[in-house]
Ligand binder design. Structure first.
Ligand SMILES: C[S@@+](CC[C@H](N)C(=O)[O-])C[C@H]1O[C@@H](n2cnc3c(N)ncnc32)[C@H](O)[C@@H]1O
Length: 190
């Protein structure tokens, strides 16, 4: 885990900061709205089983459930996961670079505002894990520190996935980028 925000995620999300995050109406609104955008850009089908990578307290994961998907979340922070568990969500404590799931356990995957915690040198490992555990596609939003970091992520994704597409939603400071990666386009709507 990187120190993108000055500390690693496990240290950063203490009991207190996890509680502040969970109680913040702004975080809830933003995470939910990005999860909705991600789903609208995805090719997920009804009843697909989706993994939420870095699910935090479950704002994005809850959107998946409300939209009718079967969904599971993972996060490295026990403190964040405690809130997700209280909501009755299915979650596990795990690192996105070493997922405790068999190959192709999930139809698809989303990740909202989580992977910037990882240092760019770990993107390869993380993308290999994403590719391994999904059958079809993933859609990822994150906050790269700089343009070069985003480009590095895209270049690596293009090596590992058959199709990689970048979507922009919103403008100016509100612009969010979503990366859709498809493992194999055969039989799926691109
Ligand atoms: C902004 S928060 C949660 C975002 C989540 N989408 C939500 O709706 O609340 C980002 C999360 O990524 C998690 N995270 C950071 N590095 C991780 C890693 N290596 N593996 C799994 N989760 C990680 C953090 O613990 C944190 O809970």
């Amino acid at each position: 885990m990187s120190d993108v925000l000055g500390e690693n995620a496990v240290n950063y999300y203490s009991k207190e900061s996890a509680k502040l995050y969970e109680l913040s109406g702004a975080f809830k609104r933003i995470q939910e709205s990005m999860a909705i955008d991600a789903l609208s850009l995805s090719d997920f089908k009804k009843n697909d089983l989706i993994l939420d990578l870095g699910c935090g307290t479950g704002f994005s994961l809850n959107v998946l459930i409300k939209k009718g998907f079967k969904a599971v979340g993972i996060d490295v922070s026990f403190e964040m996961l405690a809130h997700a568990k209280n909501k009755g969500l299915i979650v596990a404590c795990a690192d996105m670079k070493n997922l405790p799931f068999k190959d192709e356990s999930f139809d698809g995957l989303i990740s909202i505002s989580a992977i910037q915690w990882e240092a760019p040198e770990n993107y390869g490992l993380m993308l290999d894990e994403i590719r391994r555990v999904i059958k079809n596609s993933a859609i990822i939003q994150f906050y790269p520190k700089e343009k070069a970091e985003f480009e590095c992520f895209i270049k690596l994704s293009e090596k590992k996935f058959e199709i990689v597409e970048v979507f922009s939603v919103g403008e100016g400071v509100k612009e969010k980028k979503y990366v859709r990666m498809i493992k194999q386009c055969k039989g799926r709507k691109a």
